[in-house]
Write a protein that binds this ligand. Structure first.
Ligand SMILES: C[S@@+](CC[C@H](N)C(=O)[O-])C[C@H]1O[C@@H](n2cnc3c(N)ncnc32)[C@H](O)[C@@H]1O
Length: 250
């Protein structure tokens, strides 16, 4: 599925920021024709039976996690907003929490609980790694969640956050899915450009931030999914932003 060879001549041309911007200014993705915007709880209840992690955003998120978290301890890992738990399935001892019992049931893991990341049922200082991936864009105000991440993280531990990139929203991408009957639903989503500030107010220090953009590693997803034209249109577009924070020791 994934491509390993280097970029083609066309991809090198598209990699120039100005070329991508011009292309996307007149080649926007088709409008999402959702009749309404669903709140998170209802959206993931409907999406759970068909939810898949095989998407461009999940793939970029995984790439970012692999590179940014390399070598960091995760002996006590919390996945906040774990969905079906695909990202902790193979990590012994990892714990997950998610608002949607249907998503948790679809994954069938035992080490997960239903709950809200704004007020988690975990003791303070319990985890050396807290990650929260592609979740905070669903919260109008992510600050209470950041405070909770700080509370449950042990001093010297890390918090890893990813979000749907603001540039993707500007380019016309939406968080939407098809239900079992084929109807399109858009999910409640908020653009946050202030993760670093919110995390700092909560007590976290920034270690690194990176963006995940459409490029050769996503070529096959596009070509076998929404098509080559869309790949050319989106080449270079940031779809995911990632932040690695640390809780200071004192
Ligand atoms: C796009 S999915 C991501 C799932 C998982 N993190 C992953 O990357 O595969 C977003 C998830 O966030 C969960 N979620 C949204 N708001 C939440 C909240 N306040 N507390 C707990 N989970 C929440 C949803 O139920 C959904 O399962």
């Amino acid at each position: 599925m994934r491509r390993t060879e280097g970029p083609s001549a066309l991809e090198r041309l598209l990699a120039r920021k100005s070329v991508g911007r011009i292309l996307r200014s007149f080649l926007r993705p088709p409008e999402v024709t959702a009749t309404n915007q669903l709140d998170v709880r209802e959206a993931y209840r409907l999406w759970a039976p068909r939810y898949s992690n095989e998407t461009t955003t999940h793939y970029l998120d995984d790439e970012l996690a692999r590179t940014m978290l390399e070598g960091l301890p995760r002996n006590h890992l919390l996945d906040a907003g774990c969905g079906a738990g695909a990202r902790i399935r193979d990590i012994p001892g990892a714990v997950g929490i998610d608002l949607s019992p249907e998503m948790l049931a679809a994954g069938g893991l035992h080490s997960v609980v239903a709950g809200d990341i704004n007020a988690m049922p975990f003791a303070s200082g319990q985890f050396d790694m807290v990650w929260c991936r592609l979740v905070l864009g669903h919260l109008r105000d992510p600050f209470p969640a950041y405070r909770e991440f700080c509370r449950v993280c042990m001093p010297g531990g890390h918090v890893f956050v990813t979000d749907f990139h603001p540039e993707a929203v500007v380019a016309g991408h939406r968080r939407a899915f098809n239900d079992q009957a084929g109807a399109v639903h858009e999910i409640e989503h908020y653009v946050h450009t202030d993760h670093t500030e919110l995390a700092a107010q909560a007590g976290l220090e920034l270690v690194a931030t990176r963006d995940g953009a459409v490029g050769p590693s996503l070529r096959d997803f596009y070509v076998h999914g929404i098509g080559r034209k869309a790949y050319i249109r989106d080449f270079g577009l940031n779809l995911v932003s990632a932040y690695l924070f640390r809780l200071p020791r004192n």
